[in-house]
Ligand binder design. Structure first.
Ligand code: TXA
Ligand code: MG
Length: 299
């Protein structure tokens, strides 16, 4: 079953049933050693899944749940290998979406759910995107409208000291540090297992350029007969008439909410290249820049 969260749509199954979890990997075409996030209805449901609810985990849960922060902790024996890819840790979060919370409460247990896209593709942020990604392999899609945040949750590893951001996402490093002090922020290459350098990619090639260079690059590509889409926070001009303008995306929050639907619009219009100007590297802008860089690396 696919369901909405505040970040992206997830493809869920009973986290405690290895057979149900195996069906997620089959539907996504995802390698089975890539671990999944367990979604729970409230922080009270964390204890059975982990070795210990540490004060640090409790402080973060109090501050950010429900919300786009995933905590990685030593797992309990209740969590099957199918969910963790055989690791001794488990990733858990409480999503901030009324339908997701209703589903989790009604189900009464943890739901393992990756983003509801085919492996390597952009995450779906609308119910129709899930249908386009997974077709008939998903039996039910709960339609909760467009996802408010639009990029995935921040994954924070609490097993290292200081805690380490494995994937930048909906909660910023600044927000986390305001609660627990310094963390090791995500800057370099992929850290989360299964988080590849190349990922989140549309069909079109993504080129990341500066705002100053964007108009000229779009013009050069167009002159060479390439169909171009442009994604930037601000208005870029002048542009050839044929360029599909996917923005202006505006502030980083709005940019994040638009990002994956912009990728899909470019693909629907059969654009060959998306010229993208990244947002500034603060707040959720860090996550947007990360996804743009990974999409570009896939091209
Ligand atoms: O916003 C989200 O997090 C969405 C919604 C549906 O909740 N889910 C999502 O799941 O993005 P997925 O499977 O596409 O990404 C899960 C991320 C991966 O980068 C994975 O490596 C990391 O979480 N992860 C999961 N379990 C882990 C573990 N035990 N240790 C380290 N990283 C883990
Ligand atoms: Mg994903």
């Amino acid at each position: 079953m696919a369901f909405p969260t505040e970040t992206v749509y997830g493809l869920g199954a009973n986290a405690l049933d290895p057979h149900a979890v195996a069906r997620i990997f089959a539907a996504k075409g995802r390698p089975t050693d890539h671990p999944l996030i367990c979604h729970i209805a409230s922080a009270d449901d964390l204890a059975p899944l982990v070795a210990e609810v540490t004060p640090l985990a409790q402080a973060l849960a109090d501050a950010f749940w429900p919300g786009p922060l995933t905590l990685v902790l030593p797992r309990s024996a209740a969590v099957p290998d199918a969910v963790t890819g055989g690791r001794d840790t488990v990733a858990v979060r409480v999503p901030d979406h009324p339908l997701a919370l209703e589903l989790l409460r009604a189900f009464g247990g943890p739901v393992a759910a990756p983003s509801a896209n085919r492996f390597g593709r952009p995450s779906p942020t609308r119910a129709n995107d899930v249908r386009d990604e997974l077709g008939d392999t998903v039996d039910v899609i709960l339609d909760g409208g467009p996802c408010a945040i639009g990029v995935e949750s921040t994954v924070l590893d609490l097993t290292s000291n200081p805690p380490q951001v494995l994937r930048p996402g909906g909660v910023s490093v600044e927000q986390i540090e305001a609660v627990i002090g310094p963390v090791d922020g995500a800057s370099g290459p992929a850290r989360a297992p299964g988080m590849l350098e190349a990922h989140y990619a549309p069909g079109a090639r993504v080129e990341v350029v500066s705002a100053d260079a964007a108009a000229a690059r779009a013009a050069d590509l167009t002159a060479a007969g390439t169909s171009v889409a442009l994604l930037a926070a601000d208005v870029i001009s002048p542009l050839p008439d044929s360029v599909l303008v996917l923005g202006p995306a505006g502030a980083p929050d709005a940019y994040a909410a638009l990002l994956y639907t912009a990728f899909r619009r470019a693909d629907a219009a059969r654009c060959q290249v998306i010229v993208a100007v990244p947002p500034p590297a603060h707040g959720i802008g860090v996550a947007v820049r990360d996804r743009l860089a990974r999409a570009a690396a896939s091209s």
